[in-house]
Design a protein around this ligand. Structure first.
Ligand code: PMV
Length: 359
């Protein structure tokens, strides 16, 4: 498919108003996307677990207007929010070619997250996918009827233009984004991973340890740019392709130890890229390292299949099979929670993707 396939050709312009509502989850990458070309095209393929509890819930009310402007208001947790507007304005400008009705309506966007505000968890993936889904449901309300497969692809395509990793938040349970030889995916949108998945990886758990709840030190826009001219960029992009291929075999065989190696190496590589760019950044905090060392010791002592991954910040995602839930949660409460800000953590697990609430 190409970009052209996502342009809405005709619609019923007599629709006066309506509202739609979606919830969309966050996701955590196993093989990381870091580095992009123009138009949010990734430099390398990535694959993620879709989460279940960490979600954004968004309602969009649309009202026909006369002028030709892009017009919207954003309410976050019931309060008018000006801070979100520039990102949404850019998003609207990027997607209007594909959704020509955007200038026909005023949009009231009401959004909230299930995870605590300023938890250091990026809400851009769940937020942009929820908004993309709402806009696509409005498109359907204007008289088009899409098959599920096309709907999901266009939703992911649009979400990608809001925030790259958001394109992996439409479906579950594993989503691949970025052209590669090992899976079916595309650079334009994420697709549900269609390879074999061993029961070991079903309902995998993710406990998110909130080490640093502050604003991100480096925005992902700045972060991705650091890969331009990065001395190790070429090798890194090639490694991501190799890791996707390796992970495909691991997901099928159920090999926990091999899974752990890829996932932890990917997390540390992401951070190593930021430490070796110019300018350079250290996004881990002392508590991030304390937690990693304790996870490694616990794994050695108990032969658990616990492992960690990181996004572009100090928080730690602790990943483990469902069968180990009781012992790992006990370990987290006894030994890791003291390294979190205000002892805060979020228990999550793999989810099935976004849900329509109102159409
Ligand atoms: O979607 P963005 O542009 O915020 O990039 C997110 C990149 C990482 O979270 C660090 C990795 C990933 O693949 O999700």
């Amino acid at each position: 498919m190409t970009e052209q396939d996502f342009i809405l050709k005709s619609y019923n312009s007599n629709v006066k108003s309506g509202s739609v509502k979606w919830s969309a989850p966050s996701n955590i990458a196993l093989v990381k996307y870091w580095g992009k070309k123009e138009n949010q095209i990734p430099e390398n393929p990535s694959i993620s677990f879709t989460l279940s509890n960490c979600k954004t819930i968004t309602e969009v009310t649309y009202t026909k207007k006369e002028d030709n402007s892009l017009s919207f208001d954003v309410f976050f947790e019931d309060k008018l929010n000006e801070a979100f507007k520039p990102k949404i304005q850019t998003f609207f400008e990027r997607i209007e070619t594909y959704m020509p009705f955007l200038r026909d309506y005023h949009f009231k966007i009401e959004t909230s997250n299930t995870f605590p505000h300023s938890s250091g968890i990026a809400s851009s993936a769940s937020g942009m996918s929820a908004l993309a889904l709402c806009l696509l449901s409005i498109e359907e309300n204007l008289g088009v009827d899409y098959a599920d497969d096309y709907f999901n692809k266009k939703a992911s395509f649009l979400a990608r233009l809001g925030s790259g990793s958001a394109c992996r938040s439409i479906e579950g349970e594993l989503v691949v984004w970025g052209q590669n030889k090992s899976t079916q995916s595309s650079d334009l949108f994420g697709i549900k991973y269609d390879g074999e998945v061993h029961s070991n990886f079903k309902n995998y758990q993710d406990t998110i340890l909130l080490v640093d709840k502050g604003e991100k030190q480096v925005s992902s826009t700045v972060g991705h740019k650091l890969m331009f001219g990065h001395p190790f960029a070429k090798e890194r992009f090639a490694q991501a392709h190799d890791n996707i291929a390796a992970l495909k075999a691991i997901l099928a065989s159920g090999d926990f130890k091999a899974f752990i190696k890829i996932v932890e190496s990917e997390a540390l590589t992401l951070h190593a890229m930021m430490m070796t760019s110019m300018p350079y950044f250290i996004l881990m905090k002392p508590n991030t390292l304390e937690i990693i060392n304790k996870i490694w010791k616990f794994r050695e002592d108990t032969n658990s299949n616990i492992c960690f991954t990181l996004d572009a910040g100090a928080n730690v995602h602790v990943l483990y099979p469902e069968i180990e839930k009781d012992i790992v949660l006990q370990f987290i409460k006894n030994d890791l929670v003291s390294h979190c800000q205000n002892d805060q953590f979020i228990s999550d697990s793999i989810g099935k993707g976004a849900q329509l609430i109102k159409h």
